[in-house]
Design a binder for this molecule. Structure first.
Ligand code: SF4
Length: 489
């Protein structure tokens, strides 16, 4: 652990992350909410979808001993995983079913990245949803729960907080809910644990910034997570020093939308080097990549680089909001190879608004050129574009299963046989589910909760996920996105 936390406590609370332990331990939200609850004297314990979904990591305690369950929901498909997990644990995923049941039932809450974008997909499942940054709101939650009120009284008191959405109370009518955006100089900024069994092994996760100013048209980071809040260099250094006093780690993992945008990146890399620690970057904007950053990556033992050109076509990339060319991508990757990189993972999307077949094929040309000119082993990770609420491309069309199959097969034919280039395609079905859940409102969420045990029909879910109705529901809750982020700005 990188912080001293009290043991024991009251209010047994299960924190569930709907993925494997290794992935969950790379999610700072779980680190923060656990720390916040423990500091408040709550007996919080972690649960992960695998390897032991119904026993806590801390004490191997069965889930049924926890009267409070909090799901950490990052991505749209997590909503379905959460609902399935509840059903398998013998807890009805449907909030309405639980409300009408005479049996004792736990209080189900959720928080996490999805709540900044659209919390409605959780409304049919959760008794309450914590909107946005949750560490401050956790104090209010614990105070209310300690009052020992009835379930109904507890929920109506929770609904008085501007950042707690209580579907049974906020069901209709106009409200003024607000997604909490904490002052990052007062919030936590580093991981609670260093784990050998995490995707970021032996790494201190360190947060540098929330929100992103770049406004790429497909991305939720600008519209949903801003205003941009930067953690100062002194604060970040203090986190490293404090963690070093109590824990051992070999690397510092920089958690920020784009590491090259952090204005103190040079000083921070110097400090990490001085402390004898390597660095890894959660995400790198290729045009901001410097030799200094590459050297720091190599010192951290990494020879692999991950960047996101999004498309192989310069004009389409500009439409996406990324203003760098294929030439710059290749130039920066040449520099990376020179500094010791051996492989590059390139993220692309297909099904982008206005995209032509030639522009889809440009992905394979760019990958071929990178391979040829840099010698790096290339992995092209390609996923379908999913229009998200709160982005300038919210009103764009999702390509759909049929068209995506054609585009993927075109691409895989053109990349087949390319030496040193691998294609990793994201699941089309998964993208269809992601699209439907992104736009789910209360009715679609109720459908998920009621049918998760018998099987969810994607087509039905899509019919129920009405964009206009969801936007209207969000607006009734007070959760409107800034005007400039709407429809194809
Ligand atoms: S894609 Fe990257 S640079 Fe663009 S808005 Fe999102 S986080 Fe920022």
């Amino acid at each position: 652990m990188t912080v001293d936390l009290p043991g024991g406590g009251d209010l047994p609370c299960a924190i569930f992350f709907p993925a494997d332990y290794k992935i969950g331990m790379a999610n700072l939200g779980i680190h923060y909410i656990y720390r916040a609850l423990r500091e408040l004297g709550v007996s919080a314990e972690r649960f992960f979808a695998s390897p032991s979904p119904f026993r806590s990591v801390e004490s191997d305690t069965m889930l049924e001993r926890f009267p409070l369950v909090l799901g950490g929901i990052s991505y749209e498909p997590d909503v379905i995983t959460f609902a399935k997990w509840l059903e398998l644990a013998g807890i009805r995923a449907s909030r309405e079913h639980r409300e009408s049941s005479p049996r004792a039932r736990p209080l189900i809450g959720a928080g996490g990245a999805l709540t900044y974008i659209n919390p409605l997909p959780l409304s049919g499942i959760c008794d309450f949803v914590i909107l946005g940054d949750g560490t401050e709101t956790a104090r209010f939650l614990v105070r209310v729960l300690r009052d020992g009120l009835s379930r109904e009284e507890t929920l109506s008191l929770l609904a008085e907080h501007p950042s707690v959405y209580v579907p049974s109370v906020h069901g209709s009518g106009k409200h003024s809910l607000v997604t909490a955006k904490n002052d990052v100089s007062e919030d936590y900024g580093r991981s609670t644990w260093i784990s050998k069994n995490s995707v970021f092994k032996d790494t201190l996760l360190l947060e540098l910034q929330r929100g992103c100013p770049n406004g790429c048209r497909f991305c939720t980071l600008t519209g949903c997570f801003s205003p941009v809040r930067v953690r100062g260099l002194e604060l970040v250094k203090r986190d490293i020093e404090e963690a070093l006093r109590v824990a051992e780690f070999s690397r510092i993992g920089l958690v920020t939308p784009e590491a090259g945008d952090y204005k103190y990146i040079g000083e921070l890399l110097d400090f990490a080097e001085y402390m004898g620690k390597g660095v890894s970057f959660a995400s790198l904007r290729v045009d901001k990549l410097t030799e200094r950053m590459m050297k720091a990556l190599a010192a951290g033992g990494s020879r692999a680089l991950t960047v996101a050109p999004e498309t192989g076509d310069d004009s389409l990339r500009r439409k996406c909001g990324k203003y760098f060319s294929n030439e710059e991508v290749i130039g920066k990757l040449e520099m990376a190879a020179h500094e010791g990189a051996k492989s590059a993972k390139l993220y692309f999307m297909i099904g982008l608004p206005g995209e032509t077949r030639e522009q889809v094929m440009s992905i394979s040309s760019l990958c071929g050129d990178v391979r040829l000119k840099t010698g790096l082993a290339v992995t092209a990770s390609v996923s379908p574009f999913v229009p998200k609420p709160g982005t300038p491309w919210a009103g764009e069309v999702f390509a759909g299963e049929k068209k995506l199959k054609v585009l993927f097969s075109l691409l895989s034919r053109s990349m087949g046989g390319m030496s040193g280039v691998k294609l990793r395609a994201a699941g089309i079905k998964e993208a269809c589910v992601e699209n439907a859940v992104s736009w789910a409102g209360a009715e679609a969420s109720e459908y998920i909760a009621r049918s998760v045990s018998s099987g969810i029909s994607y087509k039905k879910l899509l019919q129920l996920s009405d964009r206009k109705e969801t936007e209207a529901e969000l607006s009734r809750l007070g959760l409107e996105f800034p005007h400039f982020m709407k429809g194809g700005a």
